[in-house]
Design a protein around this ligand. Structure first.
Ligand code: COA
Length: 416
């Protein structure tokens, strides 16, 4: 089956998570992604958090599937020459080095553009160009703090909290992928490439859009009606941490189910949709609340919303999280069990859809990874193993016209 991005050649000059997540996605959809790595060591995630000695870590294999690996010291003249050749032949170059690293290497955007005016250079940095922190190196949690996620996540009586979801890293990579695809479509119209830049701070903030909404509402009103602090608690002049409150117009909370005393994940998320009040009352055995003026509007419920949640927890006390959801789904109530990584890894539906998929790797055997979360009617991305360090060096050099003797010479000059 031909894939939409077949024929698009990408120089993948990325490492760690933000950049690799982007190029991996493009590789799944058919792009020819050549990961350029430093000889001897490669992407640092190859060795980070290893679970098997001397074998590429899952951190690397789960972010670099479907790619080729070319080892090249691009600070040495012969490595630079190879990179120049690659730039001339490629459509996109993606990088997420620290600020200024590409310029110091001798490849500023101006020069890349001279080598190939059709090139799209896609960059991830912690902060956007010209930002007063644009000299900073940034990792995931730094971005979550800088982008507004940490100050608004967690409980009001605890410190700012980091989300387990990679809002700074993979999320930024996904933004970058959208930018690259947009620039490719733009290039079809103009014949010209361009630089696409995404900062981790901006990408986190984009996902915290509703919290900026809340800041403006707070500035105007002095309170936020959907937060647990309302109406009995205190608001300051900044958006508070809202615990597990729903971020939209319907209140919700994480509620205990049967076995919560010993199982830390025996919970469901329960949402109280305004228009679903009657089915909720019927589901939890409180039909008398349907018409009760203390309960039958969102405004009436809000002052004692936690008492309502407590009553629902009493109803949940003899039901597992799965049993509870099986009942509530019949009443059309938005809810889900709190699922563990173990449950997700073994979820038959996720296996069936390819969202959790098993990949065979030359050295580590098979491992689980997250496949494409994007589903197409006419294409099913096939996830293949990540490359070994330098696995495709000779193949790529041959494709650039290097002879066997030149390749052998290059290996010698590039030796660490
Ligand atoms: N050949 C020769 N040199 C190479 C090379 C290669 N193939 N690949 C990388 N290098 C060099 C770089 O040119 C850079 O050189 P210099 O800074 O000495 O001029 C050096 O390796 C280190 O690169 P850098 O990216 O700064 O690595 P780091 O480990 O110090 O920092 C990050 C890591 C992630 C903090 C930093 O890259 C960063 O802030 N990136 C932008 C934001 C980002 O993507 N964060 C990570 C999200 S997962």
């Amino acid at each position: 089956m031909s894939k939409p991005l077949e024929g698009i050649k990408i120089i993948d000059f990325t490492h760690v998570q933000a950049g690799p997540a982007c190029t991996q996605l493009l590789a799944w959809f058919g792009a020819d992604v050549i990961k350029v790595e430093r000889p001897g060591s490669g992407d640092v995630t190859r060795t980070q958090l290893r679970d098997i000695p001397d074998v590429d870590a899952l951190y690397f294999t789960m972010l670099n599937s479907n790619k080729k690996s070319l080892t090249l010291d691009t600070k040495k003249p012969e490595g630079k020459e190879v990179l120049e050749k690659l730039i001339k032949e490629s459509d996109v170059m993606v990088e997420n080095f620290g600020p200024g690293a590409l310029d110091r290497m001798g490849f500023p955007w101006q020069y890349i553009k001279e080598l190939n005016p059709k090139m799209i250079l896609a960059s991830v940095k912690g902060f956007s160009d010209g930002h007063h922190y644009d000299d900073l190196k940034v990792y995931e949690n730094v971005a979550q703090c800088a982008g507004g996620a940490a100050s608004t996540t967690g409980f009001w009586d605890g410190p700012p909290t980091i989300s387990a979801a990679a809002l700074g890293d993979s999320n930024t990579g996904m933004h970058l992928a959208i930018g690259i695809l947009t620039a490719l479509i733009g290039r079809d119209k103009t014949g010209k490439g361009q630089k696409v830049a995404v900062s981790m701070q901006d990408s986190v903030l984009n996902l915290c859009r509703v919290k900026l909404r809340d800041q403006q509402r707070l500035d105007r009103l002095g309170y936020l009606e959907e937060y647990p602090q309302y109406p009995h608690g205190e608001f300051s002049d900044v958006v508070p941490r809202g615990g597990n409150a729903g971020g939209g117009g319907q209140p919700g909370w994480v509620l205990k189910c049967k076995g919560w005393e010993t199982d830390p994940n025996s919970y469901i998320y329960f949402t109280i949709q305004g228009h679903a009040w009657a089915p909720i009352c019927r589901a939890i055995g409180k039909p008398e609340w349907i018409e009760d003026a203390n309960y039958n509007t969102a405004t009436a419920r809000q002052p004692h919303i936690f008492d309502i949640f407590k009553t629902i927890e009493e109803w949940l006390a003899d039901k597992t999280k799965f049993e509870a959801v099986d009942i509530l789904r019949k009443f059309d109530i938005p809810c889900a069990p709190v699922l563990t990584m173990k449950e997700l890894a073994n979820d038959p539906s996720l296996r069936e859809s390819g969202t959790i998929t098993e990949v065979a790797h030359k050295e580590r055997g098979s491992y689980l990874t997250v496949g494409s979360p994007i589903k197409f009617s006419d294409m099913k991305p096939e996830i293949t193993a990540s490359p070994l360090l330098g696995e495709h060096t000779d193949e790529v050099l041959e494709s650039l016209g290097y002879s066997s003797a030149q390749i052998a010479n290059l290996h010698q000059q590039q030796a660490v």
